[in-house]
Design a protein around this ligand. Structure first.
Ligand code: AMP
Length: 171
């Protein structure tokens, strides 16, 4: 199935020069959504994962679907200040400024095998930060799964040593 045609390019969003990969047409198509979730999950079906970590915001769409497909739990990786209990956080550099990701401090630990999920791998900064965060909690990262990889940005280089799977690669 060609799901690529259901990922819409929106030029100059959220700022001039960015071509935004809009996944909402894919989400609206039940067969394509089913295929996408299956394709994101399949490489990790026998990897003994016990948690999927999904990154806010669009990792909250695919993360729980992948977790359900793999029959494992889900842990939200959130923007700062959103989680109610004790948190562990990581701050990382952006092109301009910095950003922070947080998880509940009891969300995972040395006994956990975690698959990290997001919609798009662009420069890799977000996924690299999520990796640092999960590793700081001494959990094992089994891999990273994304729907779309913007290969020309070479974000994969920041994820060295982690199995990284993308369903659709954009050059
Ligand atoms: P990065 O840290 O550069 O890899 O950016 C990844 C995060 O930003 C992901 O959570 C994506 O949802 C979002 N993102 C970055 N670039 C795009 C794009 N061109 N289209 C859609 N989402 C994007």
């Amino acid at each position: 199935m060609d799901i690529h045609r259901l990922i819409r390019d929106v030029p100059d969003y959220p700022q001039p020069g960015i071509v935004f990969k809009d996944i909402t047409p894919l989400l609206a198509d039940s067969a394509a959504l089913h295929h996408a979730v299956e394709a994101m999950s399949a490489p990790f079906a026998h990897a003994n994962i016990d948690l999927v970590a999904g990154i806010e915001a669009r990792g909250f769409i695919f993360g729980p679907l992948v977790a359900r497909h793999l029959d494992v739990g889900f842990m939200p990786v959130r923007k700062p200040g959103k989680l109610p209990a004790d948190t562990t956080s990581v701050t990382y550099d952006l092109e301009y400024g910095s950003d922070t990701l947080e998880v509940h401090s009891d969300a995972c630990g040395p006994e956990s095998s975690v698959l990290i999920v997001d919609d798009v791998l662009a420069t890799g900064g977000t996924l690299a930060a999520a990796r640092t965060l999960v590793e700081s909690m001494e959990a094992s990262i089994v891999g990273i799964s994304v729907l779309v990889e913007l290969a020309f940005l070479e974000g994969r280089a920041k994820l060295d040593g982690i199995v990284t799977h993308a369903v659709v690669e954009v050059d």
